[in-house]
Design a protein around this ligand. Structure first.
Ligand code: PXP
Length: 252
C-alpha cells in the first residue's frame, strides 16, 4: 500500500490550548481548521482529552458540522469517549493512550497487554462505520496485535525518533528511523494503512515522507507554534512543500 500523495492531517488542539488559557472563544480552533483546509490540509485531527485541557466537546461537534475534509477524532479507550464518537460519527477515530499527568501522548498504545480491553472499542467503532486507527510504537509485535484487533489503520508514534533528531545524536536518530522504516514495511505486508505522527517538524516530515508505505502524517504542535511567526496558512503551505519534496525522493 503506497500513495504518491502523502496526506497532511493538521492537529488543531493547541489553538484550543491558547483559547483556554483565557477562557472565552478566541482563538477558535474551528476557524483554524477551516483555514488549515484552505491552506491544503487533507484532514483535521483533534484530541478530546478526559481533562478537556484543550479541545472541548462543543469543538468536536462544531468541527464535524463545519469542516469539509475528514475529521480524525483522537480518543482514549473509555466509555465516555466511545459514546462521543458514536454520537458525532467522525470519519476516523484514533485510539491513543492517555495519562492525566502527561504533557502530551508520550507513547503508543499497549496493544499487546491491553488487547482484550481495546477489543470492544475497536469493534464498537468499526460497527458504527468509523475508520479505526491505533496509535502504536513502531514495533512489529504492536502491528501484529493491531491486525488481530481488526484495525484497518495504524499510526506510528514518531516521538522517539523526533527526540533523537532534536538531541543531535545521529546514531540514535538513524536507529529510530530504521525502526519506523521496518514498521512501515511490516504494516504494508499486513495490509494495514500506515500513518505517522508526533513531534514532526519541517525536517523530520520531509525525511519520513520518503517512506512510501506511510500515506498520512498528523502534525500539530510544531505547526501551531510556527503559525505564531509566519501565520497558519504559510506554516501549512511550507509543511506541504516539505512533505512533497520528501515524497519526490521516495525510498524503494
Ligand atoms: N498523532 C497523534 C495520535 C497524537 O496524539 C498527536 C498529539 O496529539 C499527534 C499526532 C500530533 O503530534 P504533535 O502535536 O507533536 O505534532
Amino acid at each position: 500500500m503506497s500513495a504518491a500523495h502523502l496526506r497532511l492531517g493538521v492537529n488543531i488542539d493547541h489553538v484550543a490550548t491558547v483559547r483556554n488559557a483565557r477562557g472565552g472563544g478566541v482563538p477558535d480552533p474551528v476557524r483554524a481548521a477551516q483555514m488549515a483546509i484552505a491552506a491544503g490540509a487533507d484532514g483535521i485531527t483533534a484530541h478530546l482529552r478526559e481533562d478537556r485541557r484543550h479541545i472541548v466537546d462543543a469543538d468536536i461537534v462544531r468541527l464535524k458540522e463545519v469542516i469539509t475534509k475528514p475529521l480524525n477524532f483522537e480518543m482514549a479507550s473509555t466509555a465516555q469517549m466511545l459514546d462521543m464518537a458514536l454520537q458525532v460519527r467522525p470519519h476516523a477515530a484514533c485510539l491513543v493512550p492517555e495519562k492525566r499527568t502527561e504533557r502530551t501522548t508520550e507513547g503508543g498504545l499497549d496493544v499487546i497487554g491491553g488487547f482484550s480491553y481495546l477489543a470492544p472499542f475497536t469493534d464498537g467503532l468499526r460497527r458504527a462505520g468509523i475508520r479505526v486507527s491505533l496509535f502504536v510504537e513502531p514495533s512489529l509485535e504492536a502491528l501484529d496485535a493491531a491486525l488481530a484487533l481488526k484495525a484497518p489503520v495504524v499510526e506510528l508514534h514518531t516521538g522517539s525518533w523526533c527526540h533523537a533528531v532534536a538531541s543531535g545524536d545521529q546514531t540514535l536518530a538513524d536507529q529510530e528511523f530504521e525502526r519506523l522504516r521496518r514498521a512501515a514495511e511490516h504494516a504494508a505486508r499486513l495490509g494495514l494503512e500506515c500513518h505517522a505522527g508526533h513531534g514532526l517538524d519541517f525536517v523530520t516530515a520531509r525525511q519520513i515522507a520518503r517512506l512510501p508505505q506511510i500515506v498520512e502524517l498528523n502534525i500539530g504542535h510544531f505547526l501551531i507554534g510556527e503559525a505564531i511567526f509566519v501565520g497558519l496558512t504559510s506554516a501549512i503551505q511550507h509543511m506541504r512543500a516539505a512533505m512533497d519534496e520528501g515524497r519526490a525522493q521516495m525510498m524503494s
